[in-house]
Design a binder for this molecule. Structure first.
Ligand SMILES: C[S@@+](CC[C@H](N)C(=O)[O-])C[C@H]1O[C@@H](n2cnc3c(N)ncnc32)[C@H](O)[C@@H]1O
Length: 247
């Protein structure tokens, strides 16, 4: 069955599609398409269903450049498979591509709790997840992430991987709450930490930075300067800030 054929498109989704390619170029053009294709060719990629979800999203959903894409998905899969990651918290579900890619890599008892404020894109995510044998591992919470994280931290669950990929201005809040829920050997990954290169204006044009760039910088600086954390900022796609505990 072709999932793309059975999924209804909400009417509003067509409106911004024309701008999609241009925005994508602006956000994450650090390496050439040729090099990216080569890296993807040599990497283990998510399932065919996941790739169909990627194509569906790119063809039908505004702001589809928000998807992590194949190479970043492959990197997350590598970490999950090799470092005993069983419980994941994702902030920013969108159409469910990254959640599905990560679920496929988890052990049978693994779980993902994924949060998003937009019920329309979550509905698409759920239609695709239900076609996967890994659907049972994924739980989605709909609402504002700051609010939902406050609730989640009341529970005892700790997460081995926390993937932060939602509104950038709230990144410091997500990081602070995420650290409370991180398992002893857990990793936090903050996506878009290069923000199309805008972050390098931190020292030269500090007064020109928008709220998103400021949020990313505040989270990155907090982690880098925290005595109990170590960081590594990888220029994969739009920048992945890896955060772990000094042990
Ligand atoms: C970059 S996309 C996530 C992409 C997804 N991780 C993937 O690669 O498939 C960011 C998502 O964050 C969600 N978002 C934005 N602000 C939010 C908030 N305050 N609370 C929860 N989700 C939010 C948006 O609705 C959007 O779907």
């Amino acid at each position: 069955m072709d999932p793309g054929k059975i999924i209804a498109k909400p009417d509003y989704l067509g409106q911004a599609v024309a701008k999609r390619e241009k925005i994508r170029e602006i956000i994450m053009n650090f390496i050439s398409q040729e090099i990216l294709s080569y890296c993807e060719e040599k990497s283990t990629l998510p399932s065919e269903l996941c790739q169909k979800l990627e194509v569906f999203t790119r063809e039908n959903i505004p702001m589809s450049q928000m998807l992590i894409g194949k190479l970043e998905a492959s990197f997350l899969i590598f970490l999950i498979r090799n470092y005993g990651i069983a419980h994941i918290l994702e902030i920013g579900t969108f159409t469910g591509y990254s959640a599905l890619a990560m679920a496929e890599a988890l052990p049978a008892n693994g779980t993902i709790t994924s949060i998003d404020i937009n019920p329309d894109t979550v509905a698409i995510a759920q239609q695709y997840w239900h076609m996967s044998s890994h659907a049972e591992k994924i739980k989605c919470l709909i609402g504002d992430a700051s609010h939902l994280l406050q609730q989640l931290r009341q529970q005892e669950q700790k997460y081995d991987l926390i993937f932060i990929d939602a509104d950038k201005a709230s990144y410091p809040v997500y990081l602070e709450l995420g650290l409370e829920m991180l398992s002893h050997s857990g990793i936090i990954i903050i996506d878009n930490s290069l923000w199309g290169g805008k972050v390098i204006k931190e020292k030269t044009h500090p007064h020109e930075l928008d709220a998103s760039t400021q949020g990313i910088l505040a989270a990155s600086n907090f982690a880098k300067n925290h005595p109990e954390l170590f960081t590594c900022l990888l220029p994969v796609r739009d920048g992945l800030l890896m955060i772990g505990r000094n042990k």
